[in-house]
Structure formats: C-alpha cells, structure tokens
Write a protein that binds this ligand. Sequence first.
Ligand code: VGL
Ligand code: ZN
Length: 207
Amino acid sequence: MTQVLLLVDVQNDFAPGGALAVPQGDEIVPIINQLLPCFDHVIATKDWHPKGHASFASTHGESVGSVIDLRGIKQMMWPDHCVQNTAGAQLIASLQQSHIDHVVLKGTQLSIDSYSGFFDNQRQQATGLEAYLREHNYTDVYIAGLATDYCVKFTALDSVSCGFNTYVIKDACRGVNININDSEDAFKEMENSGCKMVVSGDILTHC
Ligand code: VGL
Ligand code: ZN
C-alpha cells in the first residue's frame, strides 16, 4: 500500500482575483501545506490550455456560463483561464512546491476539455497520470484542490474507476458553486461512487 497526495489545479486563475476564481480557493493552500510532510509522494495537476481553447467562451463568441454542444457533449463556457505559460496557470505561490515530485498537464488539446486529471472529457486520451501511478505502484490516492464540483470531482471519479483506493480530503477542496449546492452534490456523488471522504485532521493525526 503506497499513498500519494494528488493536488488538482491549485493554480492562480482559480484563486480569488484569478480569471476563474473559486470562492475561498486560496484557503486550501495552508491546509495542503500542513499535509505535504505526511506524504512521501506528491503529484500536482495543472489545467494547461492553449490560447483559443474550446472551453473558452471567447473562442465561440458565447457568453460565460452558457453551455454549448461540443462534439456531442455539453461544454460549459468558461472565461479564458490557465493559458499555457501565463501567470494565471502557475501554481499558487504560497503552495510549498518543493514537495511536488511530478506534474501532470491537462486540457492541453485545443478542441476538447479535460476536467479529470486522468482523461479528457470524451475519455479518448489519457494524460499519463494512470500510467504514472501504476509504474510507481501507488495504490492509495488522496485528492485535494480546485474545483470540487469540476476537476476534483471528475479526477476522483476516474481514480475510482481506474481501481485506486481514492480518498477526498474535503476541507482541502473548494468549489465554483454556480448553483449553491454544487459542491455538496459533488461530494455526495464522489462518496456514492466509492470515494472515501476524509478531512485533513484524519491524516494529520496519523502522520
Ligand atoms: C476547472 C473549470 C474549467 C477546474 C478547470 O479546475 O475545476 N474548472 N477548467
Ligand atoms: Zn479549464
């Protein structure tokens, strides 16, 4: 049994003031920093979109928050965010990044979004995260990050479906909450799908 901490999209554009700000998104950073010494292995995903990405409202002349049909699947229109090599795409500076030993980029293809750290939204291409976890014999994946109702949720669901023991660290996640209950609903869906729900205190007491 080998545990790994998987940090999802802890990036400037998802922090307050960022292009796709998650309310209180910055509050998870001190919690994650406390958790980092408890893990021998830490992986971070980065949302890493090319300019003109298909998930950007501006690409289609749509308004932010509308939903379009993209190759047969519903795609929420987001503000331009996490554009490759921009400041907004960098990890939040207060995150203690020296603990991170591997970074996985997602959403890199122009015409398809990727909420999950494992696969794009069409489940056509893998990011390499599953292969990396298997190569290193990591069996237990502890997930924290942004946003609960999008990338954390889909990453956690794919982690379970890949067969990893998946733990979601609830207080180390924050959601967009376009609808007020989205984060709570996402946590329920993760739990119903086989994720184990924990809080940071559970981990800190055993490390
Ligand atoms: C995310 C919306 C668009 C996330 C990424 O990290 O949850 N949400 N791109
Ligand atoms: Zn994105």
